[in-house]
Write a protein that binds this ligand. Structure first.
Ligand SMILES: [Zn+2]
Length: 449
């Protein structure tokens, strides 16, 4: 087995950024050594001042295969991931058909993924209205945890859960020891707000924003924390969009509740004041809120009240975005961002004096822990998989369709100048993407431990 060495002046390890030589044997990191201690006879790649970060882990992706491969798919999603510096994706259980609500559906997903993946992947199962008895078998079959919705998710095959249904499912979830990821908006506040907007102009972003008030998130999180106190399940709040929930989340954690929180690049980059009317590419749920809210989410990251940043990459065919009419009510909600998330995050984080170490913590280490793959993924350290992204943090580029690589090259970020370029992505010691070229073979596989 040939020893390979990756050198950089800026290797991002859990202890911080430093000049180092990453010594790789086979698929694993043997050690992270000083630059002057490169083993004799090793194959050396010197990346100079380009940084080496751990391969990013995206624990919130909608791959939509099988069943809606015309929206996305394993081949295109993992290609965009490789170009974006990700080495592992965890697929959400909805928008695919069937949704991943029992072990049989997970087997169909595996069959669909076979031979198509450029990076590693794993799957979340679902908690829906009637699958309580399928949860433990799903865990045995290899689901990394479960996802549920407290509001209608927008597709017919996937049902939301009521509090009563959640109560029926939670003892099973607890027995698996796996996390429950929750789309935390309650329908009541959204329905009441929407009823008052019957005659509003739905081309206006402000109308859409008013239809999904902070209170929908706040009331959902309040209910979840009550259930968490009672059942002690591992609660993970997905795509937090309102800063107003941070106080109660902080307090819950201070009281020892097992709660983690994610937000997404679009909530940290865009703000409602700057979204043009009719720009349905910016529609997602919960919605992108105002500028002050954005800055307070950054503050939440700084204080550790938000643990991680994941994409919620949720593409659809462009027609479904209703770009001609600009109708926020009719447009599909979801923002595709797999290949752009790292430069978007670095552009914003750097401007607020965060480090590449913070990026690695939010976008690799914490999601790896959530998905239970942190024994071998999520950081640069001895014994871990040799998953890296080589990233030039000083270079700039403009977002164009040919840089997106997912199925439909549309983006809310189109035309923006971003800071930081992914030079190469290594999966278990092999380049899957380098200098804007993809490796010929698809070597990604399911993470199954
Ligand atoms: Zn999602």
């Amino acid at each position: 087995m040939a020893t390979q060495v990756y050198i950089s002046r800026r290797v991002v390890t859990p202890e911080g950024e430093r000049p180092a030589a990453i010594v790789v044997e086979g698929e694993r990191i043997r050690e992270v050594a000083p630059i002057d201690r490169v083993p004799a006879g090793a194959e050396v790649r010197d990346f100079g001042d380009a940084a080496i970060l751990p391969g990013l882990i995206d624990s919130h992706v909608h791959i939509n295969e099988p069943g809606r491969t015309e929206w996305e798919g394993f081949e295109t999603a993992t290609r965009a991931a490789a170009a974006g510096g990700y080495t592992m994706l965890v697929d959400m259980p909805l928008n695919c058909i069937p949704s991943t609500s029992d072990a049989g559906a997970l087997e169909l997903k595996r069959a669909a993924a076979r031979g198509k993946c450029r990076v590693d992947w794993a799957a979340w199962g679902s908690v829906v209205g009637n699958n309580q008895d399928d949860l433990e078998p799903l865990a045995v079959a290899g689901a990394r945890g479960f996802k549920c919705f407290l509001i209608h998710p927008g597709t017919a095959e996937f049902t939301m859960v009521t509090e009563a249904e959640l109560r029926a499912a939670l003892p099973h979830v607890v027995r698996t020891g796996l996390p429950l990821l929750v789309h935390a908006e309650l329908a009541g506040p959204v329905e009441r707000a929407t009823a008052g907007l019957a005659n509003a102009d739905w081309r206006k972003y402000a109308t859409y924003l008013r239809s999904r008030p902070d209170e929908a998130e706040l009331s959902a999180i309040r209910m979840l924390l009550t259930l968490c106190r009672e059942f002690r399940f591992r609660l993970h709040v997905v795509h937090l969009a309102t800063h107003r929930a941070l106080d109660m989340l902080r307090e819950a954690r201070a009281n020892g509740l097992p709660v983690t929180v994610e937000t997404c690049p679009h909530y940290l980059h865009f703000c409602a004041e700057e979204i043009r009317d009719g720009s349905t590419l910016h529609k997602c749920a919960p919605p992108i809120r105002n500028r002050e809210n954005r800055e307070r989410l950054w503050q939440g990251l700084r204080e550790g009240a938000i643990d991680m940043v994941v994409t919620d990459h949720s593409p659809c065919p462009p027609e479904m975005k209703r770009l001609e009419s600009g109708d926020f009510k009719a447009a599909w909600g979801g923002i595709a961002s797999l290949s752009m998330a790292l430069p978007v995050m670095w552009t914003e984080a750097r401007a607020r004096r965060f480090s590449l170490g913070d990026i690695a913590r939010w976008m690799a280490e914490a999601p790896a822990k959530l998905a239970g793959c942190d024994a071998t993924k999520g950081k640069i350290a001895a014994g871990m998989d040799a998953d890296f992204v080589v990233f030039d943090p000083e270079a700039e580029f403009v977002v164009t369709p040919e840089r997106l690589h997912y199925r439909h090259p549309v983006s809310a970020y189109m035309g923006e100048t971003l800071r930081g370029v992914v030079k190469a992505t290594y999966l278990r010691g092999n380049a899957v993407y380098a200098d804007r070229q993809f490796h010929q073979e698809s070597t990604g596989r399911e993470y199954t431990r």
